[in-house]
Design a protein around this ligand. Structure first.
Ligand SMILES: Nc1ncnc2c1ncn2[C@@H]1O[C@H](COP(=O)(O)OP(=O)(O)O)[C@@H](O)[C@H]1O
Ligand SMILES: [Mg+2]
Length: 256
């Protein structure tokens, strides 16, 4: 078998006695698309926080692309190729759609700071390249026509899409999506589903999708993990997960 892109062993995270995540494990192959579901408070966002170095693991080991990133900083993890979106949208609300993506590109060291500060000859070229890259990303996410629009005036579904564009600006190998369909109407969720499938299929991305919208999860994921009270209680195909009594019990709170 090929070497997995991501290997997570025996991962745990506690916050002052609260076990947010425990005994978590995952082997994720290149170009896999896995879903992570579970009731509120199950530890899903914590998993992303640990994987991205924002909330360092209490125990366990994370190996990404052959590199041990368990104790790496968020910046190093980003450079290694992991990007994420947030459960609550984080955008520069007053800036244009294009500038949001431009900042995303800049924030990750693709521009040499001294050239920007000193306005060296390289600067204008850099700026043009940056703008072009930003426009390409907007194109890819069908946001090109909104380039000049102020971010917070975009319809909600498109703001979510813009967040994905910003995450992709870092050219990740692994994209972590935290409830991207939250708050979307059915049409927006449908469009998001198609987008995720396209990113996965055409752009060779590996994706972990946290999502409450079951239509979206079941529609795009190849494999699903279920968390409850910080523990993995089930893992399998969408079909198997939908019939798993432990999953029904976790969601409905009753023995199925
Ligand atoms: N920074 C934190 N400090 C203290 N407790 C936290 C923190 N982040 C998460 N938790 C706790 O960890 C548990 C899992 O939360 P979370 O990962 O946000 O769940 P989910 O995303 O599945 O809804 C919850 O009990 C939550 O209160
Ligand atoms: Mg969450």
């Amino acid at each position: 078998m090929a070497v997995p892109l991501l290997q997570v062993h025996d991962l745990a995270k506690s916050f002052r006695g609260v076990q947010a995540l425990q005994d978590y494990r995952l082997e994720l192959g290149h170009r896999e698309l896995i879903g992570v579901i579970g009731p509120n408070g199950a530890g899903k966002t914590t998993l992303f926080n640990v994987l991205t170095g924002v909330a360092p693991a209490t125990r366990g080991r994370i190996v990404f692309n052959g590199q041990d990133i368990t104790r790496a900083t968020p910046d190093a993890i980003c450079r290694a190729g992991i990007a994420r979106t947030f459960q609550n949208i984080r955008l520069f609300r007053r800036l244009s759609v294009l500038d949001n993506v431009r900042i995303g590109l800049q924030a990750h060291g693709r521009n040499r700071l001294h050239e920007v500060v000193l306005r060296l000859p390289g600067f204008a070229t850099q700026e043009r390249r940056l703008e072009q890259q930003a426009r390409e990303l907007l194109d890819m996410l069908d946001l090109a026509e909104y380039a000049g629009v102020q971010a917070d005036t975009l319809p909600y579904g498109l703001q979510r899409r813009l967040e994905i564009a910003i995450a992709l600006a870092t050219r990740p190998k692994l994209l972590l999506l935290d409830e991207p369909a939250a708050g979307m109407n059915p049409a927006e969720a449908e469009a998001l589903m198609r987008l995720i499938a396209r990113l996965h299929g055409e752009h060779e991305l590996t994706i972990i999708l946290i999502e409450h919208n079951m239509r979206v999860v079941m529609g795009v994921c190849q494999r699903i993990q279920v968390l409850n009270y910080g523990r993995l209680i089930a893992e399998g195909s969408p079909e198997a997960i939908q019939q798993d009594p432990r999953v029904l019990e976790a969601y409905l709170g009753v023995a199925a």
